[in-house]
Design a protein. Structure first.
Length: 353
């Protein structure tokens, strides 16, 4: 007997072809634990590091070891969903599964940069999170800074270094941070305090991207703000503060991040005055709107010593792991992860109407 179609069919994309593949799997594991299966029927689509799409039972740590069927998105907008291929049968037989929405629980390149969002747009399937344009802009930190600055939002002083070019070490106000322009989770980031260390830092960043961002260090606290919503109807979770014992914040660089970081801790709600909390939340909403974000995002800011909010970066599909900042900030504001997921799907469907 077939299952009643009253349940919405939700595709959960996870994995991916970049260095953040393991983080995506962990995020998808938390989504699987908190997805309301009374309302939604999930279909888990894992993307291997080699780019193969597989329909699987769920995002287990060893999901790639199973015997899963290949799957692709249907290019036919009149029948949006999945085509599950059966390599055993002759003639290219396949099973079609209609999807009502997709949760692209993907981080970094080819997942958070507009690539998958464009594929879903072409396929006509509603999806959670930012659209093609905002995903691409936010993924490129230099572009995000330009757009935000033009909207009157404070950003750090920065220099963009493209392939086959350089920057004069003598013009930089040390310390500076050298980072890949289009990467995440602190991969390839170096804090540089001396001109002679700049070439090595540029080489490290170029292992992840040909475009490199050099930005002046901002004196102040690192504060995050979780945003959920579309257009004018935005909800800001509690803000958090990253407390550092030494060095700089390097999320997902630890061997066992579930047990905590060796140099940082998250304080949620942030131990800042109420006026500073409101300032950060208002600034995060302004950034979100200026960059065209929708669905959800985590906006990271600096709260300077003189009380200003300065943009750090925007994560359009923030981590959903057991140790991630976004679900912690939402939970502190009274919105548990199950409710966040419900709202993500509802917002995707609203945007598609």
């Amino acid at each position: 007997m077939s299952e009643p179609r009253a349940k919405l069919h939700v595709g959960v994309l996870f994995g991916g072809m970049c260095e953040e593949h393991p983080v995506s799997v962990k995020s998808a594991q938390e989504v699987a634990r908190h997805l309301d299966t009374d309302r939604f029927r999930p279909f888990y689509i894992g993307i291997t590091e080699g780019g193969e799409w597989r329909l699987c039972d769920g995002p287990a740590a060893d999901w790639e070891d199973g015997d899963h069927r290949p799957v692709v998105l249907s290019p036919d907008r009149s029948e949006p969903g999945l085509l599950v291929l059966d390599p055993v049968l002759d003639g290219g037989k396949y099973e079609a599964i209609r999807l009502d929405a997709v949760l692209p629980v993907l981080h970094g390149r080819l997942g958070e940069d507009g690539a998958v969002q464009g594929l879903l747009e072409l396929s006509g399937i509603p999806y959670a999170g930012c659209d093609v344009q905002s995903s691409a802009i936010c993924m490129d930190k230099s572009l995000a800074y330009v757009v935000a600055r033009d909207a009157g939002i404070a950003v750090p002083n920065f220099w963009t270094v493209v392939a086959d070019s350089d920057v004069d070490p003598a013009v930089l106000p040390y310390p500076v941070f050298v980072k890949p322009a289009r990467s995440g989770s602190s991969f390839g980031v170096t804090k540089v305090t001396r001109p002679e260390d700049l070439p090595e830092a540029l080489a490290t960043a170029r292992e992840y991207d040909t475009k490199v961002l050099v930005e002046e260090a901002v004196a102040g606290s690192e504060i995050g703000c979780a945003i959920l919503g579309n257009g004018a109807d935005l909800f800001a979770g509690e803000v958090d503060r990253i407390a550092l014992s030494h060095g700089f914040f390097r999320i997902h660089q630890e061997d066992e991040p579930e047990t905590g970081s060796e140099n940082s801790a998250f304080i949620v709600p942030a131990d800042v005055p109420a006026a500073s909390r409101a300032l950060i939340q208002d600034a995060a909403k302004a950034v979100y709107r200026a960059l065209g974000c929708g669905g959800l995002a985590r906006v990271d800011m600096f709260l300077t010593d003189d009380g200003r909010a300065v943009l750090n970066e925007v994560n359009t599909m923030p981590g959903m792991t057991s140790y991630s900042r976004y679900p912690r900030m939402m939970a502190a504001a009274g919105v548990p992860l199950a409710e966040v997921i419900d709202r993500m799907i509802s917002l995707a469907l609203e945007k598609h109407r």
